[in-house]
Design a binder for this molecule. Structure first.
Ligand code: SF4
Length: 219
């Protein structure tokens, strides 16, 4: 249907937890509420925000990541009794199944992007989350090692520090959701800027300005 109205037809695809911190896994929230400084930039530029799915909430048992918890007793047992290597194929199979879920979600998002582009909208960018095994743009997390360290810490009665453990296991590579989305965008030749937000940057205001600059937006 042909139409004209007052909208300026610009959207950004944003990582789910930039708008909803309550989706973050237990212990890894980087602020109390929505990412106000970044959101304000999009409001100032009249850009609509499309919230990407939180695949961990979908596949790992909601905000509390209950599915992840189910593995902990067996991972703890394996880690402290020396048979962890035997468990690795099972963990990898579970992660492969999660990767398939993320791929399906990525395909749905790419379909939506194509629809916007077909209808004459501008997609000014995609923002991922660079500390995440699921949403990292240039980073992924060694989840097998992360689970092992987490289980050992809990067993030894230490307070597990999920932020530190997560950051210790960060490495370059393809994350589960964003990695699949980037791949799908390449396959469909969707030329859209993609950038990873750094949630543990010293200043989230400066971090938001860095994102704005990358996307050529006024701050
Ligand atoms: S980084 Fe991705 S998977 Fe993790 S909480 Fe945010 S949206 Fe969910």
């Amino acid at each position: 249907m042909d139409y004209t109205d007052i909208r300026i037809k610009k959207v950004v695809f944003m990582n789910h937890c930039l708008l909803n911190i309550d989706a973050r896994g237990p212990g890894v929230a980087f602020r109390q509420g929505p990412s106000a400084e970044l959101i304000q930039i999009f409001l100032n530029n009249n850009i609509n925000m499309v919230q990407l799915p939180c695949c961990e909430c979908i596949g790992w048992g909601g905000a509390a990541r209950k599915e992840f918890d189910k593995f902990l007793p067996i991972v703890t047992n394996a880690a402290i009794h020396g048979w962890f290597p035997l468990l690795i194929p099972l963990l990898n199979a579970s992660l492969s199944s999660y990767n398939r879920l993320c791929r399906k979600e990525a395909i749905k998002v790419a379909d939506r992007m194509e629809d916007y582009l077909r209808e004459g909208f501008t997609i000014c960018g995609v923002i991922g989350m660079n500390d995440s095994p699921t949403c990292g743009v240039t980073k992924k997390v060694n989840m097998v090692e992360y689970m092992k360290q987490f289980a050992i810490a809990i067993h030894s009665g230490k307070t597990a520090d999920p932020v530190k453990m997560n950051c210790d296991q960060l490495m370059d590579g393809k994350s589960f959701f964003m990695g699949n989305l980037i791949e799908e965008m390449k396959k469909r030749k969707l030329d859209i800027k993609v950038i990873g937000y750094e949630p543990w940057a010293e200043s989230l205001t400066a971090e938001s300005q860095r994102i704005a600059k990358f996307l050529d937006l006024q701050t």
